[in-house]
Design a protein around this ligand. Sequence first.
Ligand code: MRU
Length: 366
Amino acid sequence: MTLRDLTLKSIEALPRAVSWSDGKLSLLDQRRLPVETQQIRCDQIEDVFDAIKTLAVRGAPAIGIAAAYGLLVGLPDPDNGDVSALRQLIQDRANYLKSARPTAVNLAWAVDRMLAALLAGEDDTIILKQCLLAEAMLIHREDTQACNRIGDYGLPLVQKCPRVLTHCNAGSLAVSELGTALAPIYKAYEAGVPVHVYIDETRPLLQGARLTAFELHATGVDCTLITDNMAAHIMSRGLVDMVLVGTDRVAANGDVANKIGTLNLAVLCHYFGIPFYVACPVSTIDLATASGSEIRIEQRSGSEVTQLGGQQLAPTGIGVLNPAFDITPARLVSGIITECGVIRAPFESSLAGVVTEKYASASAPG
Ligand code: MRU
């Protein structure tokens, strides 16, 4: 067995964030990682909503896939054949799931795709449910293909810049498999590139320390965990060739929403002359949002900042800010790696072009 076989095997062996099997939805409980790998069985739509809201499942593409399947869990049985009642129920569920988290466009995008299938589907409840399941599975499968291609398009960048700093988790755990920002890293690792990843721990919820470190360590990718405030120091020592992160929404002008702390890295990259790349599927590009200032930033509970693992860190009653995401202006972004290639400035035209091309080819006959 070659080293390449071994690494492929270990990447494939990573637990999946979202699984659908025998008509049941299971979500890996990422709140428990890296200590336990436990699945949540979602029997009711409320289970799916809670899992998204509390970050049991998280990462923009993964919450979209979970919501697509989530629309179908616990539908009333036996079926009374009332198709308009079923349509209304799914529509209500769609609104409910979309309200779980506001920033990642993939959640609304996936739910809207399911609603389009709902409207286009047959006037028969059984066939309609089958069409909806087929659409959810397609969303899931397309994400896997997109991640794979993001990996291929990003590989030459990692070959050129093998010492990569990443933030939060845009790996296998945030998508169907492989990841967005981590996909080129896994591809480089498989190809024998001497890649080294610096992982920002990513306060307050430590997605870097708990999730990215878990994935990279399990797969054998050479990596080093740092606290968020070490990034400038290691850049100043010449240890970082590139920053590569995921995103929750890219506005039409190329502004990028991602985990809080991403903007710090982009500013540092600008100062130190280090390339700053973002990786995402085309589904994360939101042409309906003109610029980052229009993106709604999720505000989460202050207890995520004042406590860690149930331990109080700060005085009770202290004022706290806890925005979950920030906006990196397009001018600080070197390129956006998608399944359709690496998009560069001027972003208004390049983003519009790639979205148009993607959806034109998706709707082309044959
Ligand atoms: O709050 P989270 O953990 O859902 O935030 C996730 C991120 O910010 C990721 O970088 C982003 O969703 C891209 S995942 C491929």
